[in-house]
Design a protein around this ligand. Structure first.
Ligand code: NAP
Ligand code: MN
Length: 265
């Protein structure tokens, strides 16, 4: 990695002070890192902020698989942010020794109506954009599974399992498990409509197809992590595990189990 030291910093000016940035720059420079002004020239893309900033950095730089993404937090340690911008000593210790480990996080690939394709690191959510419920026919590997009626559905990655998915009572999934999880947002369940009613974890080899029932309420809001696709008429959303992963580094002593424990217990 020694010759791959071009760093692009991704942050919102209101989230960080100039002093914080300068201290970080000085530390980086003393270890031979160079700051670049264009993300295209970077081998390392570092976000400063929370998990939301990390998700945004990846989306804005188009999920590069030839880059290392690093999450620096400025408030509390998150799931994607392993380094505290106010604790440069700890960052320096990481640079000096082999306490860093490269992780590869699975992402999902979403295709809307066979054309528009994008990746997600947390989840893809599909929600009714009006007060009325809407309906989705769910297919797994092209086999009809169920017809959902309610507010919407969420398909999350393992690392996204601790986010929106968890609020929907989905399971927390070990990021080493190549899989995706389908959860419901307020499904109707009565003698007319019936859905599984529990989260469903699928192997990374499966493909999910969500067909939006064309009954008038067929302009859902489709969310890719923390961004919404502009509302448009949609028929079919195809979701599978992507062959592309997000490479990131973490401290060896900050395991997934530590993160879950720190955040929720
Ligand atoms: P936000 O609405 O500002 O914050 C959502 C919260 O989720 C923040 O505390 C964020 O952490 C945290 N978060 C993000 N990714 C996470 C992960 N993988 N595991 C655990 N916590 C995570 O939005 P945002 O910060 O831009 O994050 C976008 C995410 O919010 C979406 O991808 C979705 O998962 C989640 N979300 C949740 C709900 C819900 O639970 N009802 C509804 C909509 C969206 P930071 O404070 O460190 O940024
Ligand atoms: Mn946030």
């Amino acid at each position: 990695m020694s010759d791959r030291k071009n760093v692009f910093l991704f942050y919102n000016n209101t989230d960080v002070t100039e002093d914080q940035i300068n201290n970080l720059k000085d530390l980086g420079r003393s270890y031979g890192f160079r700051l670049v002004q264009n993300a295209e020239d970077a081998n390392i893309i570092a976000s400063i902020g929370g998990d939301g900033a990390f998700l945004q950095a990846i989306r804005k730089t188009h999920f590069r698989d030839d880059c290392l993404y690093v999450g620096l937090n400025n408030k509390h340690l998150g799931f994607y942010t392993d380094f505290d911008i106010n604790d440069l000593e700890h960052i320096e210790a990481g640079l000096q020794s082999d306490t860093l480990e490269v992780l590869r996080y699975p992402t999902i690939e979403v295709t809307v109506d066979g054309v528009q394709s994008f990746q997600c690191l947390n989840e893809c959510s599909i929600r009714s954009n009006i007060i009325k419920t809407f309906a989705i026919d769910v297919y797994i590997d092209d086999i009809y599974f169920e017809t959902f009626r309610g507010d919407g559905m969420v398909v999350s990655t393992p690392t996204g399992s601790t986010a929106y998915n968890k609020s929907l009572r989905g399971a927390i999934v070990d990021p080493k498990l190549k899989s995706m999880q389908l959860t419901e947002i307020a499904s109707l369940n009565n003698n007319e409509y019936r859905t599984l009613g529990s989260p469903l974890i699928l192997s990374g080899e499966r493909e999910l197809v969500l067909k939006i029932v064309q009954d008038g309420n067929d302009y859902p809001i489709i969310g890719a992590d923390n961004e919404a696709l502009s509302i448009r008429h949609s028929h079919e959303v195809r979701i599978k595990l992507s062959e592309k992963v997000i490479k990131t580094i973490k401290m060896k002593d900050n395991l997934f189990i530590h993160k879950v424990k720190r955040s929720f217990l």
